[in-house]
Design a protein around this ligand. Structure first.
Ligand SMILES: C[S@@+](CC[C@H](N)C(=O)[O-])C[C@H]1O[C@@H](n2cnc3c(N)ncnc32)[C@H](O)[C@@H]1O
Length: 258
């Protein structure tokens, strides 16, 4: 039986539940699951995240960003991730990098993190989507885990002004509306990266590497060929959206004292 968490993860990964167990194979050539890894490092450097800090990474995938943060900031990082295959990969990668002592990965629904106190210097939610609600609700939740004066990083996007409404963009608002939601609680946007060159390179790689891995998988599992074709088609659509009306952004906010 499919669980609610599996359905949510499939939505975040733009796929069917049937393909979830194949994602580690399909995505193995990509440097992260979002392409936002360099942008996250850059906004946190610009915002002055201190060395030796405590970081929480919600929906951390294979730990690609988590582990880079541990290296770049000597950070102690906790990642929450609901896909058990990704958690396994994250733990193996941290061990291979000699960072197991500073990277802790919790397997399960990221909502489980909200029993913790506001003790993190930075809280990240990168390319996870509206799991916690709309943008304002999401920031409201993330700031409960962030120290006053700490940083919140969100990887998402906004809709180019004047884009005609269609179903493909229902989750997006224009930049002014999106950023008004981000600062609803009095926090400040301290850094952002929009449509960065590293994300463009990631999207180019996605368009070549993922279809190739899908073909390999089809040869072994012809019974899922239709799902694989649909997955590749959605990846192509997603990249077209990001090259078109949806501007992908990594934002860093500084939490106000209140
Ligand atoms: C597009 S990936 C991004 C992963 C990572 N943040 C990165 O940028 O590489 C979205 C991740 O969110 C995870 N996810 C979605 N909903 C979740 C939930 N409710 N609890 C835990 N993880 C979740 C998915 O399993 C997936 O690994």
């Amino acid at each position: 039986m499919t669980t609610a968490l599996e359905t949510e993860i499939a939505l975040a990964m733009e796929t069917e539940v049937t393909l979830l167990r194949h994602l580690p194979f399909l995505l193995q050539d990509l440097p992260s699951l979002s392409g936002d890894d360099q942008d996250v490092i850059d906004v946190l450097k610009e915002a002055g995240l201190p060395k030796g800090c405590a970081v929480l990474d919600l929906g951390c995938g294979r730990g690609d960003i988590t582990i880079r943060l541990a290296k770049a900031f000597d950070a102690h990082v906790t990642g929450f991730e609901g896909h058990t295959g990704f958690v396994r990969q994250a733990r193996q990668a941290a061990e291979a990098a000699g960072l197991s002592a500073r990277c802790r990965f919790v397997a399960g629904d990221l909502r489980g993190a909200f029993s913790e106190e506001a003790r993190y210097d930075a809280v990240l939610m990168v390319a996870v989507g509206p799991v916690l609600g709309d943008m304002a609700t999401t920031v409201g939740a993330l700031r409960t885990l962030t120290k006053p004066g700490g940083l919140i990083v969100i990887g998402d996007g906004y809709l180019e002004h004047g884009t005609p409404p269609t179903d493909a963009y229902v989750d997006y608002a224009d930049r002014a509306t999106t950023e008004a939601s981000l600062i609803r609680f009095g926090d400040t946007i301290v850094a952002r990266r929009e449509r960065s060159p590293t994300l463009a390179a990631f999207n180019d790689l996605t368009l070549t590497a993922v279809p190739r891995r899908a073909e390999d998988l089809k040869a072994k599992h012809p019974e899922i060929a239709a799902d694989l074709d649909a997955y590749v088609a959605r990846q192509i659509e997603e990249v077209a959206l990001m090259d078109g009306p949806v501007v992908p952004v990594t934002w860093a906010l500084r939490r106000a004292d209140g």
